[in-house]
Design a protein around this ligand. Structure first.
Ligand code: DON
Length: 327
């Protein structure tokens, strides 16, 4: 039987996760992008956004960190919203690679197929799909505007991070041009790569990220602004993509342990989605060797376990007396 939880229980779980994980010292900041290496390692925040738009937040949840690979989620939704889920499936795919996020081998093994918009190859391909083709400014406005709508507040690029990423994205340049070689990029490769680099450099707070999660969990309606942001039928599609590849080569382990569809970024953020229930976010810069925040994984794993949010559990919890936002 499905259990019901109330706000107080969520508040306690978020606070307890914070207390239990705050002294965790494992992992280290991403250092292949100089800006990220210099972000204070002790920052830590957890947020949960509920169906009525209330955000329960503990710790450094107002700090603007680099969204990085979590940005692959909004752009995948935008591509599906502009075209359709089926067209994104056909042009990019939705398969897990089981390999690191920036794998060139994955492109070769899949025989020209970018696999999923949630790894670098598929994300660059998704950026190439965003309309209008050929117009970098208009494409960028579409992406940054869409992320702001999902987050319930303006987001913008952290200039220093963008410069730092652009100066070091040699592997991603190879990916963009390899996709061109295979006919799997749908706009100019350099333009598409620049859009991808810019979107990774967006600054976002854990509070905003939890709202992104709640918008997906609520079928495309932002519970804070009450605005419909994307077509409801895309919510289960993006959640399925997050569940299959959100932690790259560690995704199976994560899903086995938590049952929580989630997506990580090397900025230290993790976005979690509990369909119909809530959006979750945690942020702490030190990462494991796959590029996933050590502390944020522990925190979200604790919250999901404590609140019984495992998607595959027949007794999983739903929110009590907390109606979804009406359009
Ligand atoms: O493409 C890159 O290298 C980065 N800008 C984003 C990578 C990332 O966040 C991978 N996630 N864990």
């Amino acid at each position: 039987m499905i259990q019901q939880i109330d706000k107080e229980t969520v508040r306690e779980a978020v606070q307890m996760a914070y207390e239990r994980c705050k002294n965790e010292t494992g992992g280290k900041n991403a250092d292949y992008i100089p800006y990220l290496a210099n972000v204070p390692s002790n920052l830590f925040g957890i947020a949960a956004c509920l169906p009525d738009g209330e955000v329960i937040a503990v710790g450094d949840t107002e700090y603007r960190f680099g969204i990085e690979s979590v940005s692959k989620v909004p752009t995948a939704i935008l591509a599906m919203n502009q075209y359709s889920g089926e067209e994104v499936l056909q042009k990019i795919g939705a398969d897990a690679t089981g390999l690191p996020f920036n794998s060139i081998m994955a492109i070769l093994l899949e025989k020209d197929h970018p696999s999923t918009p949630l790894v670098n190859a598929g994300a660059i391909a998704a950026c190439s799909m965003i309309r209008p083709a050929g117009d970098a400014d208009a494409k960028w406005k579409a992406i940054v505007g869409f992320i702001s709508e999902l987050a319930g507040g303006e987001v913008e690029v952290i200039d220093e991070l963008y410069k730092s990423e652009t100066a070091t994205n040699f592997n991603n340049k190879s990916i963009a041009w390899l996709l061109k070689n295979y006919g799997r990029i749908y706009d100019d490769p350099d333009l598409s790569l620049d859009i991808y680099t810019r979107q990774c450099s967006i600054g976002i707070t854990a509070r905003q990220l939890a709202t992104v999660g709640a918008t997906i969990a609520g079928g495309g309606v932002n519970p804070v602004t009450h605005r419909p942001v994307f077509k409801p039928e895309l919510a289960p599609k993006i959640t399925a993509m997050m569940a299959t590849v959100g932690f790259y080569e560690h995704t199976g382990d994560w899903l086995f342990l938590t049952g929580l569809p989630a997506k990580t970024g090397v900025g230290g953020g993790i976005l979690g989605v509990v369909p119909g229930v809530m959006g979750l976010a945690a942020f702490a810069p030190p990462l494991d060797e796959a590029g996933n925040s050590v502390k944020a994984q522990k925190a979200l794993s604790y919250v999901a376990g404590h609140l019984n949010l495992n998607l595959f559990n027949t007794t999983r919890c739903v929110m009590r007396a907390c109606e979804p936002a009406q359009v």
